[in-house]
Design a protein around this ligand. Structure first.
Ligand SMILES: C[S@@+](CC[C@H](N)C(=O)[O-])C[C@H]1O[C@@H](n2cnc3c(N)ncnc32)[C@H](O)[C@@H]1O
Length: 193
């Protein structure tokens, strides 16, 4: 029997090993797509932690549902399930990484994924290098996700402040020397939208 500390140590070790093993995996020659360049796990944990009280309130009759858009080999799914007890799903375009994931992952282009409305917490960290495609995906998710659900992540084309949504955590990196910033954090779609 393992202790809770041993379980967490195994999770951290597995996430670090898998994220390292798949680094830059994917179609590196497609200028539109980012390959596997994972979000810093500690920053991911910090942002999801801030979302938990809200998603727990939203999902009173079910386990909160978490989606990683561009989930690669599924490490953020592992953390969301094993550390936070969320019900998880990934969508990933690369068949090799989708097959590697231990937890439920749909092998599909995120632009064709029809289930954004089913999730309480959606994690989106830059599947597309191409700004136009990235904006198209963000617009789709923003429209389709259910009222009250949270969109978290970063490196978006959309300025979350322009949406008029509730800020759960704003960890945006601003460039003090001129224009430009990297949106990071979590924002909640209004209930009445
Ligand atoms: C920057 S990584 C994000 C990794 C992970 N979500 C995280 O936060 O650590 C982008 C991932 O999106 C995937 N991806 C790229 N285009 C995609 C698409 N159209 N549909 C689904 N996944 C896509 C890539 O294969 C890659 O695994």
């Amino acid at each position: 029997m393992t202790t809770r500390a041993q379980d967490i140590a195994a999770l951290v070790s597995n996430v670090a090993d898998t994220e390292h093993r798949f680094l830059l995996h994917g179609d590196r020659h497609d200028p539109r797509v980012t390959p596997w360049m994972p979000y810093q796990p500690a920053d991911f944990i910090a942002i999801i932690w801030e979302c938990l009280p809200v998603v727990t309130t939203l999902a009173q009759d079910h386990t909160p549902k978490f989606l990683d858009v561009g989930s690669g080999p599924g490490t953020k799914l592992d953390i969301a399930q094993d550390l936070f007890g969320l019900e998880v799903c990934g969508v990933e375009i690369d068949s090799g990484m989708a097959a590697e994931a231990k937890l439920f992952t749909v092998h599909q282009n995120a632009l064709d994924f029809p289930h954004y409305k089913d999730f309480d917490l959606i994690w989106l960290y830059r599947p597309f290098r191409d700004a136009g495609l990235e904006r198209e995906l963000e617009t789709l998710i923003i429209q389709e996700m259910k009222p009250g659900a949270i969109l978290a992540g970063g490196s978006w084309e959309t300025d979350p402040g322009s949406l008029g949504w509730e800020t759960i955590v704003d960890d945006t990196l601003n460039n003090p020397n001129g224009p430009g910033c990297i949106w990071r954090g979590a924002w909640r779609k209004p209930q009445a939208a």
